[in-house]
Design a binder for this molecule. Structure first.
Ligand code: R5P
Length: 282
């Protein structure tokens, strides 16, 4: 078994390979003069692990090209972050179900798929090969433990994220709640923990994705107004679109961390061990 990866998932792929005691196949990624992607791989094994997050259109094309370049092997696709997974329904007439499009396209030429904290588990059914989802909730909880916070409060940004937040909290036996929005007037909205008080406490807001950071920025500002001692944010997929990381830090959030499903300098939690563990079971 050997590992191969897209350009933007090189660090995670290397860590997965190390955990599997194997190597990463060298790939020469380039483009034709008209901008089309081209790639040339080193020697392919009979069994391949293709690691690549869909973070943009380029990484999607590279994944499809890699699957084809490995067509003589049995290939397992590891899709740590899957962009388009949030468009999992036709919310308005005329829209595509984008997650279905991506899932079907990426099922071509692979025997199975492993995702990490996919936004909606239902999306797994859109792959035309067996697909399983891993969760980094416990790993995030373990990371929070290393911060040695005094009795932290783990907060989900909404009720839907409570299952994830509870798993994070159970890693340290901490209290957990979710934020609730109350409309105070036509223009004023209050966001506060539903049951517990943030007063004088270290609060860690946890979510699967931080994209624009809007949700967490609003929450952090209000938690400080409610007397929180410190606010931290942790997520699996650090998308940080349009300068979100800078803006989050500017709101006074003590630290923002993510995993390496999208490789960032604040990727302090790794999905590598869980991915390797899942692959060993194949
Ligand atoms: C939403 O359902 C997700 O779990 C995240 O809460 C959301 O994607 C975060 O988006 P943003 O960072 O843009 O507020």
């Amino acid at each position: 078994m050997k590992v191969i990866c897209t350009e933007k998932s090189q660090v995670l792929a290397t860590h997965v390979a190390r955990a599997l005691k194997t190597t990463v196949v060298d790939v020469n990624y380039s483009r034709f003069p008209d901008g089309e992607h081209y790639l040339l791989t080193g020697e392919i094994d009979d069994e391949m692990v293709i690691v690549g997050s869909v973070v943009d259109s380029d990484s999607l094309v590279q994944l499809m090209l890699l699957a084809d370049a490995c067509d003589r092997a049995t290939s397992h696709l590891v899709l740590p972050y899957m962009a388009y997974a949030r468009q999992d329904k036709r919310f308005r007439e005329g829209e595509p179900v984008s997650s279905r499009v991506i899932a079907r396209a990426l099922s071509q030429g692979v025997s199975d798929v492993i995702t990490v904290n996919i936004h909606e588990r239902e999306v797994l059914k859109s792959f035309t090969v067996p697909a399983q989802n891993l969760s980094l909730a416990t790993d995030i909880g373990t990371y929070i433990g290393t911060l040695k916070l005094d009795n932290p409060l783990i907060l989900a940004p909404d009720e839907g994220a409570m299952v994830f937040a509870r798993q994070v909290a159970s890693a340290g036996g901490w209290e957990c709640d979710h934020l609730e929005k109350t409309r105070l007037s036509g223009i004023e909205v209050k966001m506060a923990p539903r049951q517990l008080s943030a007063q004088s406490r270290s609060v860690v807001i946890v979510d699967d994705i931080i994209s624009t950071g809007g949700t967490i920025m609003t929450a952090a500002g209000m938690l400080y107004q409610q007397g929180a001692k410190d606010v931290f944010a942790a997520c699996v997929h650090g998308v940080f679109t349009g300068g979100a990381y800078v803006r989050l830090m500017a709101t006074g959030i003590r630290d923002v961390v993510c995993s390496d499903t999208i490789e960032r300098s604040c990727s302090r939690i790794s999905a590598a061990d869980q991915i390797a563990h899942a692959l060993r079971k194949h």
